[in-house]
Design a binder for this molecule. Sequence first.
Ligand code: LLP
Length: 380
Amino acid sequence: MMKTPYYQYDIGLLQRTLSEAKSEASLYGYHIHYAIKANANPTLLGIIAKAGFGADCVSGNEIHAALSNGFSPSGIVFAGVGKTDDEIELSIRNDIYCIHCESVQELEVIDRIAHHQKRRTRVALRINPNVNANTHKSITTGLKQNKFGLTLTEAKALLSSTSKYANVEIIGLHFHIGSQILDMDVFKHLALAVNSIQEELGTQSLPYLNVGGGLGINYQNPELHPIPDFKSYFSTFRTWLKHGNGQKVHFELGRSLVGQCGQLITCVLYTKGNEDKRFVVVDAGMNALIRPALYGAVHRIVNLKKRELPEKFVYDVVGPICETTDCLGEEVLLPETERGDLLAIQSCGAYAESMVSDYNLRDRPGNEFCNAETPETIHL
Ligand code: LLP
């Protein structure tokens, strides 16, 4: 038996999700880059690379992870408001597909570093479209008050002074407005904003248009909705997004590709209670899964040993960390739960293992790979 807590990944579900995303996107000739920040587990990266996805990276180390797990440099894009000189140097040296530039100063630095390397490098301008993603405020990125991207005015100025940046080829635009978005109207608004920005800047003749990621998953009922609605997502862009004839449309999906294939398995150490509350104390804490503490995220929790029993007791599921916010689930309905029971915290494939820390010097959770359709452990 694996030592708890550990992340268990359903490889079969991952593969079905990837193939569904890919076939819906390819109906319209759309390209998908996997946003590595969602989960950089090397086994998952290998599978996603093999399935033919590109990679969206936000650090030099993510570029290293992409390259060493099978992604081709020509499918790698690199975003981030604070790229260091070393990271820019690395991406130019490896001739990745494109750097998403987020400020005027950054373009000057990219140009200078490309000049030193005697190369011309491809860049897309990340524009903040000021579109409300209607999602949790901590994962909204496309509003004026957020730190991301260039303003339209800055982009316009850069596009009309390209001769100043002789070592840079501006190939198009990049957008990303936020994450865990389930309302397709938000993507419609993004598409309309992109259309008018492209019209204003005259960028439809450029080869590249990247509209980011953000498609959400169902955290309330993952068993009923294991695969996100890629059909509605891509067809929304197909309906509303206008792009130039020679312009390829790219996406950067993270959560929707990997979110439902992972769960955090944790063991119940103790149960206790007082007049107001019952607590289940488990061996996974906010170091293993920070989303509830950081964003008030709610993950479904099930008692694996008592799946058949009615969930009629209300518990706070708490971890061992010395912080009051170390609560993985507040007022969770579970069957009567005892020391030694195993709990599965579901929908933990995205932004869970990748946000693990060793706070309180706790061990990092291990990994197990399985295929729920043929319930045995896979040794990869
Ligand atoms: N592209 C860019 C530029 C991004 O910043 C992100 C996510 C993505 C793509 C992928 O977005 P997705 O398809 O996964 O929604 N830690 C938070 C989520 C932070 C998202 C950061 N950026 C959470 O646990 O909910």
